[in-house]
Design a protein around this ligand. Sequence first.
Ligand code: C2E
Ligand code: CA
Ligand code: CA
Length: 758
Amino acid sequence: MPPSSHHGENTPLEDEEELLTFSDDIAPAAASTGVWNVLVVDDDEEVHQTTDLALRGVELLGRRIVLMHARNVGQSLDLLAGTDKIAVALIDVVMEEKDSGLQLVAKIRDAGRSDIRLVLRTGQPGSAPEFSVISRYDINDYRTKSELTRGKLLSVLTAALRSYSQITQIEESKAGLEMVVSATSDLFNRRNLALFSRGVLTQLAALIGVSPNGLVSVAVGSSSPDPHFPEMMVVSDAGDFSGSIGKRLEEISNHPLQVAFEAAASSNEPAVIDGHIAMYFRCPQGRKLFVYLDSGPSAGELDLSLLKIFATNIAITFENVDLVEKLDRLAFTDQTLGVPNINAFRAALDNLLVRKTPGLCVLKVFLNDVRLVSASFGAQFTDQALKAFYELLQRLLPEARMIARTSFSAFMVIADIGAISFGVLEEALARPISVGGVSVLMPSTLALVEVSVEMKNAEQIRQHAMATVLAARQEQRSTGVYSPAASEAMAERARLQAALHQALENGQGLYAALQPKIDLIRGEIIGTEALVRWQLGDRNIPPSVFIPIAEVSGLASAITRLMIRKVGEWASARRIRGLAVLPTAVNLSMFELQEEGFAASLMQIAAGAGLGPDSLEFEVTESGVMRYPARTIPGLKSLRDAGFRIAIDDFGAGYSSLGHLDRLPAQILKIDRSLIDRLRPETATTSVAALAVTLGGTLEMDVVAEGIETPAQHAALLRLQCRYGQGYLYGKPVAAQDFDGLYAGWTLDRALERAQAG
Ligand code: C2E
Ligand code: CA
Ligand code: CA
């Protein structure tokens, strides 16, 4: 989610949803009458109807929603010109043009309409505007349509309306409002009632420029016969009222206080009576709060609208204090390890950020294989190992401000810059952790984010750390340092990850391309390899970009499932047209090979797609298998025993080691393109490729050379008696539904002729 621009704070959605329930009680100042005009801009009629349906009769922050509808930029501008009272515009990004929505946004802001809150909606998850656009045009929120369920729409709208109503009031007194905001944000950090109520007195006094002289009381029990005037107990006191903590309100013999209490308790607004401010809050959970403060000599000049905003915020904060007190322990502690959790991390970091603490950094320690440890050794062992790892971190980072467990596989550390040294950490964390006599390696990836002034909140920093871990893992590094320059690339990766999730969910944009495998001697197509393709809007994202993203996001097996399904569809279309079975190889990622029961699940998916061992093969890489051979090899064996053929892919690239080859239950050896690249007929027999072909022969494997592009390479492979080949020379990968048409009349001679000619 892009950062919301409102006062630099970014309230998590869940909180917004909670706040919804306050709408009746804490309507902002000017909200007791009138309506909210909300402009819906979309070229899709259905969106107008569903928005209408979702918001019909809805009251938010005390006012009814009135919708205005526009179908394009022109109509929107006409409607905008007709009224200056539009609170929120929900704008579709893609209309007549790809960026119509953004053009409209620019026009609105350029025309000086800075009060209108803007929420962008889009059908395509991939088309998020740049972050710079979001902040330049003060866009409140950006959502995909599918994500905007009614509940979310209401919460997004509530947040935008609250922001609008504050902004319209700011105009009257900008400076005053800044004080309110900083006063209440300070209150937010006071997480127990005594501190909070003390803070209310101090902040309110500071706000109106007097020294604190008053009290705060809360309702206790339900013994009072009159629900309007419950029994109130003083929880904070100042000035003349010192010494009244713990007393009941009626025990304090102060006539103006009693009058003010009755006045405030019968109204929803702050009252100024006899030189005192009296505010009474009823929270939905049943808590009640009464604030009474000497307003000093300038009571008559008090800016009541500011006071109301402050009151609104106190009510929200008060409710939080109430909840927080109850939930603190649960909410801020990881239940399995008994250490601080993500909420504790966020609260602590946000707190430091609010106080503009200099020189902070955040370290994320991502444990690469916890899920694997958990699958191998069980949950209890894993918890103990994690606890031991946490304690190790504590010993290594004695000066850390907080070490929290922020997800199943990650710890995050808040520390001062300089307290963290990768060298020391890396070495210490690379040693095995031992638990009850069992030692286990917990390899980790470290990401460091130095907190800078543009970083607004913990969530943003957490995302930077997440992206840095992701980037490091993709590049097979064990450490990474966040840099703003790399942040756009990281944001892009995060967007792709979200879009990929969605594409896999709705099955849109992902398809299979097939590339023929050739028998070089007989000149026939003997099979195909299925390669995934992703069309995202008008972009073609290459597998080299999104497969690593899929792997680290646990989506690898979902891609395989999809590919097997697509291959199944293609195979059954061939069957219907009476074409022969052409075996197709699907690539397996090393991450899915580590999943428990992967072989059984593959066989089940294959069966569901109507594919048997005659029509489906699997390609795995040697390094992928050898990473955790004990888990992987038995699965591959059971696939082989069921008759499926398995190919070792990319042989000769990087990590291959000849020694492992005979342990692998594979029947096919694919020689990597890098070995074919350098191949010439003259030097063929002394090449590494020659060695690979011989080795394959010795192990009785079928050898397939990959990435053959030139007739010279073809000739060299024939000389080496390499039987099978694949490459652009013979044919490029094409979309599965085009394959049969394009390769119907294929012959090797014609392919070679075409290459000779071109
Ligand atoms: P790979 O399995 O080695 O696939 C062969 C790659 O080489 C494909 O790239 C193919 O388009 C390309 N290629 C084929 N012939 C030639 C040639 O003559 N010259 C050149 N320069 N390239 C050739 P692609 O489709 O971009 O895929 C890249 C890699 O992404 C694949 O390498 C594979 O590791 C991964 N991948 C692709 N599809 C899938 C999939 O469905 N699942 C998984 N897990 N990985 C996939
Ligand atoms: Ca492959
Ligand atoms: Ca390959």
